[in-house]
Design a protein around this ligand. Structure first.
Ligand code: KG4
Length: 360
């Protein structure tokens, strides 16, 4: 199936062209084009502004589409949610027009299913060619970590899954972005924190590990973000706070008296707390469900400390780790084509209208 795909859920405009086929044993995917236009204008606002994003997509979509050209497609896949409603509509309207003009069926795609299926793009077999065997990889545990989501999923087969847990407040990427702001770093914060963290000590400050001992698989990062905020505020005020180890979720501060901490130490310790919670909960799920594989996806998958920790989990549990390259982990249209293809296998249909709160 040759699929043209469109992604406009947030601030990245994506258009891709893929050829996808499968047998009972494997998926074969050729990515002919995977184009992304990023909108730089949000940086100065410290976050994405929905209407600026929509206008950016309206401007970018025809430019990217022109680079692909009017070929023969079997279907057009477009993200219908979750995301920013005005941004989603820009992609949907463009796709609808194109589908009418070219007389090609339209497939509505859940952006989160795009992340979920990006593992199918993790093994390169040639120039733009990917192949993924699906025979002995289930059950699998999939960790989706992006700016908007932190979700742990159990997959029993390529088309059957259930959500084990998700964040109750901020997503991991969102917490990193907000922490970066508190530390005066650039947006997006995840990469900025990671760069600075390399120079710091991850054990300098014992930030809380929210919900780490909870029996469920949910996450919470808002308290951790607040802990950092107060830590920095009190350092600025010169306040010293004694350790309070008992209250796991407390917005308490842990400052080793007399010890000097740098901004790099704070970034490194904060990143360590986020990664520690993600890795330990994922490891527990892999063990509980005797998973054969572990999938990591979403923008935060770029984080090398997180990858290393999940690599350790994979070695310890023998669950094989699948992570696609960065281009398929940040918002992109290639993964939307893959998820669109899976919807046709599943006979699953999403309405062709923006649904900002769509769930997995
Ligand atoms: O999936 P994605 O491109 O889009 C959204 O869901 O918005 O993810 C973006 C998120 C941002 O929060 C960004 O800070 C984070 O991924 N991110 C990282 C790294 N690169 C991007 N977080 C930690 N370490 C990184 N190297």
């Amino acid at each position: 199936m040759r699929i043209l795909s469109i992604e406009t859920s947030c601030d990245d405009t994506g258009v891709a062209l893929l050829d996808i086929s499968h047998t009972k044993e494997k998926f074969r995917i050729a990515v002919f084009k995977n184009l992304v236009a990023s909108q730089k204008e949000h940086a100065k606002w410290g976050g994405v502004v929905p209407n600026i994003a929509r206008n950016g997509h309206i401007k970018n979509l025809p430019i990217l589409f022109k680079k692909i050209g009017k070929e023969k497609y079997d279907a057009i896949a477009v993200t219908v949610g979750p995301g920013l409603e005005p941004a989603l509509w820009a992609g949907i309207e463009f796709a609808k027009k194109l589908s009418k003009e070219l007389r090609v069926p339209l497939i509505g795609v859940n952006h989160l299913e795009g992340h979920l299926y990006s593992f199918l793009l993790s093994q390169k077999t040639g120039n733009m060619q990917y192949e993924c065997g699906i025979k002995n990889i289930f059950p699998a545990i999939s960790l989706i970590v992006s700016g908007g989501n932190t979700i742990l999923v159990k997959m029993d087969s390529i088309t059957k899954w259930n959500v084990l847990g998700e964040t109750q407040d901020d997503a991991a990427g969102e917490a990193l972005d907000k922490a970066a702001r508190t530390l005066g770093l650039s947006y997006p914060g995840g990469p900025a924190i990671e760069r600075l963290a390399h120079k710091g000590n991850p054990r300098a400050i014992a930030f809380p590990r929210p919900m780490i001992y909870h029996k469920n698989y949910d996450f919470s990062f808002a308290g951790l973000k607040t802990a950092l905020f107060y830590y920095v505020r009190d350092i600025k005020k010169g306040v010293r706070v004694l350790q309070n180890k008992k209250r796991e979720n407390a917005v308490a501060l842990y400052l080793d008296i007399g010890q000097r901490v740098s901004r790099a130490d704070i970034a490194s310790s904060f990143q360590e707390a986020v990664v520690d919670v993600l890795a330990r909960k994922t490891a527990r799920a892999v063990k509980e469900y005797r998973a054969q594989s572990l999938f990591l996806s979403g923008g935060v998958a770029a984080n090398t400390v997180l990858r290393k920790r999940l690599g350790d989990v994979s070695r310890e549990t023998k669950a094989k780790l699948f992570v696609a390259s960065h281009a398929f982990n940040t918002d992109n249209a290639a993964m939307i084509a893959v998820a669109g293809y899976m919807s046709t296998l599943n006979r699953k249909k999403y309405a062709i209208k923006a649904d900002a709160d769509l769930h997995l």
